[in-house]
Design a binder for this molecule. Structure first.
Ligand code: NAD
Length: 520
């Protein structure tokens, strides 16, 4: 690269950073609080009863970006009550009016896409090349569910000889949405848009490590005209604000995206009030590459699906299962590509891999380097942060080879730019290895044999399988996991099934015989 190009790129990056900080200034000038009943509020902290405040850091530099106010049980209660008050009006709003409002939210997201992308990139370290698309995908999520709002209540006609039965769907009530930090804006829209489209009101608890874009979303939605109380947000720690949300009696369902362990805790917490739960949890997703595949395309997909989004992606293909006949050569090509990935400032437009979200998460990811060594695997590349800024939470793209299926690096979700490679002998061995984990979110498979593609896809234990493809999301299709990766499905009508109750109405067609008790 010429010096002139470097200069241009460095200038653009610092311009991006300056713009991101300028956008953030308004949000970070004072501790970030909540948004309840149509207005920003510091909540219970004003009464001297705040929960633990939390620090929001820049993953690239380690610098403090701002403080968050820890929401308490009282804050969750205020938000849940606002959502409960707003529910009858919102549920009664016609589908056509809801469609219009949600399109207005989408328009406003598009209008502020640059701000969202820059704030997101600064706050969570995801490269700007991906975040600019994530902001627009958030708008698409709103448009997709907006268009389905008018039909959300539609049901079936199920006639019997004496009755006409018909079903209808009705919104379940105020719901809680709890989201993680990996792609916070996109994920929040993905959960909140269908809830609003179905007529539910929402209390959102964003992740404490990356809360800023969630504040932008709720501001945008309220400015676009959502009535007060329809969409509320409480910041804070999972154990306090998150827990209170899952235990609140006015909250009828909890849509959760996050770690499998947290999903288990939420199931326990919600049991007393019999919460309906929807879980999108962790994964240890295999990508199976057969020797008859288009190996150039497979290589691109393997590298993309583990190293994009800094490896902090629930559907990342973190296990490469590669046929023995091509294993050495193919793995060498993966390692070569991993070494050449551009790691650095997420606000630099050429950057492919940015820093991990938080120093604690980096420690977790780095601990697997020792786990790999101690288990006898080899670190073919990466494994450290050599040459990268020591202040940021960087990990160089890492490939583990000489791994076996019984090793922790082959079974546990690492959630970083770390790939474990395991060779397989034949189709049966590939299926056995693909399924030999507790998770079952996604599976990827590459082969030139159509019959094999279907056989293996049907045998893989995962909620979503992509054949000869990286993860390409189509919004009407079901999204979700089997086994320890989740409960329930999102997308299209599946989302409405979660956020709505199905009611059956049976109407007698004539004077059928009604049993006469106590009449003789
Ligand atoms: P996490 O479970 O630690 O946190 C997620 C959210 O849950 C945060 O808002 C947190 O504050 C809250 N929380 C924590 N404890 C809680 C409790 N006891 N009660 C209620 N809420 C609580 O997850 P994370 O580390 O933020 O995110 C990474 C995880 O998310 C990974 O496992 C990843 O695979 C998963 N994920 C899954 C999907 C999917 O679609 N399956 C998508 C993205 C991320």
């Amino acid at each position: 690269m010429s010096t002139a190009m470097l200069d241009t790129s460095a200038a653009e990056t610092s311009a991006n950073r300056a713009a991101a900080h300028a956008y953030l200034e308004r949000l970070s000038a004072r501790p970030l609080g909540h948004f309840i009943d149509g207005a920003a509020t510091d909540g219970a902290v004003n009464d001297g009863a705040g929960g633990e405040a939390f620090e929001i850091t820049d993953p690239t530099t380690g610098a403090v970006l701002g403080q968050g106010i820890g929401g308490t049980e009282a804050d969750i209660d205020a938000a849940a009550k606002a959502a409960k008050r707003a529910f009858p009006g919102w549920a009664a709003t016609s589908g056509a009016d809801r469609r219009e409002l949600l399109h207005a939210v989408a328009d406003a997201i598009v209008a502020r896409a640059e701000e969202i992308a820059l704030v997101e990139s600064l706050d969570c370290g995801q490269p700007i090349r991906f975040m600019s698309k994530a902001a627009l995908r958030g708008a698409e999520n709103f448009r997709f569910f907006a268009d389905r709002a008018p039909g959300a209540q539609d049901g079936l006609a199920l006639p019997s000889p004496a009755h006409i039965n018909y079903t209808m769907r009705q919104p379940i009530g105020p719901v809680g949405v709890i989201t993680p930090w990996n792609t916070p804006f996109m994920l929040a829209t993905w959960k909140i848009a269908p809830a609003l489209a179905s007529g539910c009101t929402v209390v959102h608890k964003p992740a404490e490590w990356s809360p800023y874009s969630a504040r932008l979303l709720i501001e945008i939605a309220n400015e676009a005209g959502l009535p007060p109380g329809v969409f509320n947000a409480v910041n804070g720690l999972g154990e306090v604000a998150g827990r209170a949300l899952t235990e609140h009696p006015d909250i009828k369902a909890v849509a959760f995206v996050g770690d499998t362990k947290t999903g288990r805790a939420i199931m326990r917490q919600g049991s007393e009030t019999l919460k309906r739960v929807h879980f999108e949890l962790g994964g240890k997703n295999p990508v199976v590459v057969f020797d008859d595949a288009d190996l150039d395309r497979a290589l691109d997909a393997v590298v993309f699906m583990i190293f994009s989004l800094n490896g902090q992606r629930c559907t990342s293909s973190s296990r490469l299962l590669v046929q023995e006949s091509i294993a050495e050569d193919f793995t060498a090509r993966v390692v070569e590509r991993a070494k050449r990935l551009k790691v650095g400032d997420p606000l630099e437009k050429e950057t492919e891999v940015g820093p991990l979200i938080h120093t604690r998460h980096r420690e977790k990811v780095m601990s697997y380097m020792d786990v790999a060594r101690e288990g006898g695997a080899q670190i073919a590349c990466g494994g450290d942060a050599e040459g990268l800024s020591p202040d940021g939470y960087f990990v160089r793209p890492t490939v583990f080879t000489r791994a076996r299926q019984d090793m922790r690096i082959a079974r546990e979700e690492i959630f970083g730019p770390v790939l474990t490679v395991i060779p397989f002998a034949d189709e049966a061995d590939a299926i056995q290895k693909a399924n030999d984990v507790d998770y079952g979110l996604a599976g990827y498979l590459w082969t030139g044999d159509a019959g094999r593609a279907h056989r293996v896809a049907q045998a893989m234990e995962a909620g979503m399988i992509w054949v000869n493809s990286e993860n390409v999301r189509h919004l009407p299709t079901p999204f979700g996991g089997m086994k320890q990766s989740g409960v329930g499905r999102d997308g299209g009508d599946y989302s409405f099934d979660f956020y709505m109750e199905t009611k059956n109405v049976a109407v007698a067609l004539g004077p059928h015989r009604v049993p006469k008790l106590g009449a003789s």
